[in-house]
Design a protein around this ligand. Sequence first.
Ligand code: PEP
Length: 248
Amino acid sequence: MRKPFIAGNWKMYKSVAEARILARGLRAQLDAVSDREIAVCPPMTALVAVAEELKGSMIALGAQNAHWEKQGAFTGEVAAPMLAELGCRYVIVGHSERRQYFGETDETVNKRMQAVLSAGLVPIVCIGETLQEREAGATFSVIERQMKGGLKGLAAPTGIVIAYEPVWAIGTGKTATPDQAQEVHSHIRKLYAQTFGDAAAQQVRILYGGSVKPDNMSALMSQPDIDGGLVGGASLEADSFTKIVRYS
Ligand code: PEP
């Protein structure tokens, strides 16, 4: 019922020339895939080039952040309608690196998410606990707080994607076990149902992110509430991202 969705987060990697090569490589290997949705989120500087490379392909384009205003004196920021103009379909919102290094809060995540929706794009809203929070037994309460604050005022509950990304698993090589991830995914779906109803909760896609690799994707995807992956490091090479997308 929920089509698997795999998105690559290229973070602050790839020059324009490198991004073109990667996009071409992905297109060659993945354009025939139709039973899952695929997106790549290059750095801002490479969006135009990657949009050109992916024109007419099955692979969608995403950005890694968007400001909540449509325009204005916000040096260094980019507005959601500007991303729409470039052909983006998705925008990652509230990635833990933005929360950790750039002062992103549940409130700003919420504002960014609303702006992305207003621009007709699909936000991929990231949530997840730190190692300290997990060890303190606070995983569920952190998730609840991030969902309550981050998704506040969401009017059309079927237009977003949620990514559960335990902070301790991002870029560390430590993946959550499929059972650990499933436990939180199922809790997220339950919370979603409490606010938006069962039908919306059954439709919303919840991706897992945190050291997803070709050899752990199948086990993660065998869990009932894991609907895809948000992939960082392993999305930077065409072969490894292709293997992840083509998990069996
Ligand atoms: C990410 O950037 O969202 C991520 C999950 O990174 P990695 O796959 O490298 O852990």
